[in-house]
Design a protein around this ligand. Structure first.
Ligand code: NAD
Length: 484
């Protein structure tokens, strides 16, 4: 017989212990083959002086088992405490956030009876890298970092997830009509990788119209893969319109470690009263079982849970006169699920996880590419000047700053070209991007850039940052100007 799969498990705070107890009872009754190590996280650990709410022993356990079933915790307010979820996600490289958003009509009220969407959100980069600067008195900046390995990991994960979970279509949501380099790379990789999965339909959608369609007709989507910020917004829209946000599970997947939990928090207002709904954590445990290759057990639990919902055995938060039959407590709900093990739902679609039975999920490998030829062909110098006009600034740069190799090509303000041939109506701030390029497109050196900066210094021009202009195999790696 195969060895039991080791997992780390934390009971958490508030309603955490009661919903975890119910979940563990169901796992045991369904025959999940787990070797469970309990770890301490949360309020008690924070208050014992661990600023991220997690101990060294807990880290060791996570590194050893690589699978974490987590109940919600309470983050104490103030006092320099760090979010445990953010710390775990960043430290362990949990790059994918996976959120199934499903409606359970007619048992749970929703406008979208057939919705069954999985949002796969990149979790580590994009605007959430947290690199922000105030550069001038008027202008602040946040760096949007989209990397090739980061995008490739999430896209490959989405396709592998779809194949393993009988999903037929993946939609990438981006804004590559505006962000042609960052989101453009994400989309290019999406199309490249889609070719390796001819059995899965792949399409792309601009995120604004995509979000509108997700809110209006979510049943037309299957799997959505998207960078971090869009994913944050889309997953909340999807969970909300499904009508079952309180029942939602989520997984945070890494190359080495993965974490499974309910979407909701520790609900201290109802803790210890046997009224919390354990469904989010039960369904998170189902995701975990599929991930570790116990799809048969996952299927049994998920179908038993669906039967329980169909039978109208409901917790107080989803109880409705005329639809629900019995209002039950946390423990009684768990026992009802156990009583339904082996049954399949009659109205709600039953689950088939046979593809994830017998083998743990294997992270798809990233491809190695031939390194591209990278050439420096110019520089954008950003200048802080609250009292200038485009023509006056251009005059100074032409006279005192540009060199033989690097000539002033244009000035933009908030991305709008103001020189040459700017419009007098354009509003300007104190933040000017001044582009210097080699006129014949030849490569330049860092020394050429230092000369430009040194000229700025001598002319009393306050440069606040530079961005190198590079080509990659001859293709410009920078936006070409206004509206591009
Ligand atoms: P919450 O999700 O805990 O509660 C919001 C509301 O939903 C409350 O009225 C609560 O009673 C209800 N609710 C939540 N889960 C429920 C369940 N399973 N059954 C029935 N009702 C439920 O959000 P909050 O009140 O903003 O946060 C409370 C604490 O949880 C905070 O300390 C917060 O930091 C923490 N939190 C933790 C996580 C996590 O560990 N992943 C996530 C979110 C919030």
């Amino acid at each position: 017989m195969a060895e039991a799969t080791p997992i780390s498990m934390a009971r958490g705070d508030g309603i955490g212990p009661e919903i975890m107890d119910v979940t563990l009872e169901i796992l045991e009754a369904a025959g999940a083959d787990l070797d469970i190590e309990e770890i301490e996280i949360g309020e008690k650990v924070y208050k014992a002086g661990h600023t991220a709410g997690i101990t060294e022993q807990a880290w060791d356990s996570l590194r050893r088992t690589k699978v974490f079933l987590k109940a919600p915790i309470t983050t104490p307010r103030g006092g320099g405490y760090k979010s445990l979820n953010v710390t775990v996600r960043k430290t362990l490289g949990l790059f994918a956030n996976v959120r199934p958003c499903v409606s359970y009509y007619p048992f749970i009220e929703t406008h979208h009876p057939h919705m069954d969407v999985v949002i796969i959100r990149e979790n580590e980069e994009d605007l959430y890298a947290g690199i922000e600067h105030r550069q001038t008195r008027q202008v602040t900046q946040c760096l949007k970092l989209i990397t090739r390995p980061g995008s490739e990991k999430i896209i490959r994960y989405a396709f592998a997830y779809a194949r393993r979970n009988n999903r037929k279509r993946i939609t990438a949501m981006v804004k590559d009509n505006i962000m042609k380099i960052t989101d453009g790379m994400f989309v290019r990789l999406f199309h490249e990788i889609a070719e390796e999965y001819p059995d899965i339909e792949a399409d792309t959608m601009i995120v604004d119209i995509g979000a509108a369609r997700l809110a209006d007709t979510p049943d037309r989507f299957d799997v959505i893969v998207t960078p971090n910020l869009y994913g944050d917004i889309l997953s909340d829209i999807a969970a909300q319109v499904s009508g079952s946000i309180g029942l939602g599970p989520s997984a945070n997947i890494g190359e080495k470690v993965s974490m499974f939990e309910a979407i909701h928090g520790s609900a201290p207002d109802i803790a210890g009263q046997n009224i919390a709904n354990p469904s989010g954590l039960i369904l998170a445990a189902v995701m975990m079982l599929r991930h570790i290759g116990q799809g048969d057990v996952a299927e049994r639990i998920h179908n038993a849970w669906l039967v329980t919902i169909e039978e109208g055995i409901h917790k107080h938060d989803i109880y409705r006169e005329g639809v629900s039959r019995e209002r039950v407590g946390t423990k009684q709900f768990g026992r009802a699920v156990i009583g339904h093990l082996g049954k399949t739902p009659k109205i709600l679609p039953g689950r088939d996880y046979s593809k994830s039975a017998g083998s743990a999920f294997k992270m798809p490998e990233r491809t190695r590419r031939e390194p591209e030829q990278k050439d420096l062909v110019g520089v954008d110098v950003f200048i802080d000047d609250p009292d200038t006009t485009p023509d006056e600034l251009a005059g100074r740069l032409l006279q005192h700053v540009q060199s033989e190799t690097l000539r002033l090509k244009m000035i933009t303000n908030r991305g709008v070209k103001v020189w040459p041939e700017g419009m007098p109506e354009t509003f300007s701030t104190d933040h000017w991007r001044c582009r210097f390029q080699q006129p014949e497109g030849r490569t330049v050196t860092h020394k050429d850039i230092l000369e430009i900066l040194s000229n700025c210094e001598e002319a009393g021009i306050d440069f606040i940052k530079t961005e190198g202009l590079y080509t990659f195999n001859g293709e410009p790696g920078y936006s070409l100007g206004q509206g591009q």
